[in-house]
Design a binder for this molecule. Structure first.
Ligand SMILES: Nc1nc2c(ncn2[C@@H]2O[C@H](COP(=O)(O)OP(=O)(O)OP(=O)(O)O)[C@@H](O)[C@H]2O)c(=O)[nH]1
Ligand SMILES: [Mg+2]
Length: 338
């Protein structure tokens, strides 16, 4: 089954454009620290076409229209051609998040429910709005309150309380390096609920952009579009999510190995008991073959799981370095250093 990554952001915060650009960037693949290529590609030709067409439109100088229906994209993540995992990325229509229209209630409640089965929550804030909020714009500031309330609703309704969150400062090309640093501090301050110590949360903060000096003039795209795999931190929100999904998988694989080792131990004890039984009785009631089969099965499962664990651990190490070069990551309020 695919893991789920959910993107939330007000209308115009850049979610769809990010997905269109990311899907082009990551289909080319990124070379990780271990020199292996990681690719994120949709296995569905129609979706591939839809993503490509949207990108092509941008190349031809037009921004895509806002999203009026939420869309889920399916992606396969491969490292050196081996399928690491399948992920579904849901791009909720932005208008939904802050709509008070009664007609939107059903879809809205689906959005709120999506918190609980998502492996990572990605919050989008456009640089234009963050800049306005920093300059005192009340509505733009309210945007942060809105997300804090959204997170509160996740805490209240979700069974798991430690889903990692990445805050994405999108359209980062609108900011100078200094403004970007200030924006990071501002975001961390506005979202203390996530970034403060004692929260036990894993939280990431990154800035993404689709190019340089991009502007929107009545729908026309001007500036330099750059969706190379290593540009504009396009891979970072995805790598952050994968890092979490893989960490969880490592935990569960370790648990599986421990269980198989316990069964192996029990089977070995059973074999010893069997072999020490009276040989005359064993002619009529012999369990040796069955127990040996059990032992072989445990050994095979342990072997397979140890192989998987090794592969997951080495992929995780390769992703970690790349991730930390493009994002600030905090665990329980402490910044993780390379
Ligand atoms: N400068 C700059 N502008 C961007 C970038 N990405 C998106 N934009 C601008 O932001 C606008 C909105 O982007 P969308 O991706 O459509 O926003 P959305 O969050 O999907 O909005 P809804 O579909 O309404 O939820 C675009 O039309 C562009 O004008 C970027 O990287 N840099
Ligand atoms: Mg959209």
């Amino acid at each position: 089954m695919a893991d789920k990554i959910s993107f939330y952001g007000l209308s115009g915060s850049g979610k769809s454009c990010y997905i269109f650009a990311m899907s082009q960037a990551l289909s080319q693949g990124i070379e990780l620290d271990d020199e292996e290529l990681m690719t994120v590609i949709t296995p569905e030709p129609r979706q591939m076409l839809k993503l490509y067409k949207a990108y092509e439109k941008m190349v031809n100088g037009y921004w895509p229209h806002g999203t009026d229906t939420s869309v889920t994209y399916n992606f396969n993540v491969r490292k050196a051609l081996e399928l690491l995992m399948k992920v579904d990325i849901t791009d909720y229509r932005g208008g939904l998040l802050d709509s008070d229209d009664e007609d939107d209630e059903d879809e809205q409640s689906k959005l709120f429910k999506s918190f609980s089965d998502s492996s990572a929550l990605i919050f989008f804030f456009g640089a234009d709005k963050v800049k306005a909020a920093m300059n005192g714009d009340m509505m733009a500031r309210f945007n942060f309150q809105h997300f804090n309330a959204l997170y509160e609703s996740y805490l209240e309704t979700s069974r798991v309380k430690d889903t990692p969150v990445m805050v994405v400062l999108s359209k980062a090309d609108m900011l100078t390096a200094e403004e970007k640093m200030k924006a990071f501090e501002f975001i961390k301050n506005q979202m203390r609920q996530l970034f403060a110590k004692g929260t036990r949360c894993t939280v990431g903060l990154t800035a993404v952009s689709l190019g340089h000096e991009l502007t929107n003039n009545y729908g026309e795209l001007e500036g330099v579009l750059d969706v190379r795999a290593t540009s504009g931190n396009l891979s970072i929100p995805i790598l952050f999510s994968l890092f979490q999904i893989m960490s969880k998988r490592i935990e569960s694989t370790i648990g599986q190995i421990e269980n198989s080792e316990k069964s192996l131990y029990n089977s070995k004890v059973a074999l010893n008991n069997e072999l020490s039984r009276n040989s005359f009785i064993r002619i009529f009631d012999n369990n040796e073959a069955r127990i040996r089969e059990q032992i072989n099965r445990c050994n095979a499962a342990i072997g397979e799981d140890k192989n998987l664990l090794h592969r997951l651990n080495s992929s995780l190490a390769a992703i970690k370095k790349y991730l930390l070069s493009g994002a600030e990551i905090y665990i329980d309020g402490n910044k993780i250093m390379i």
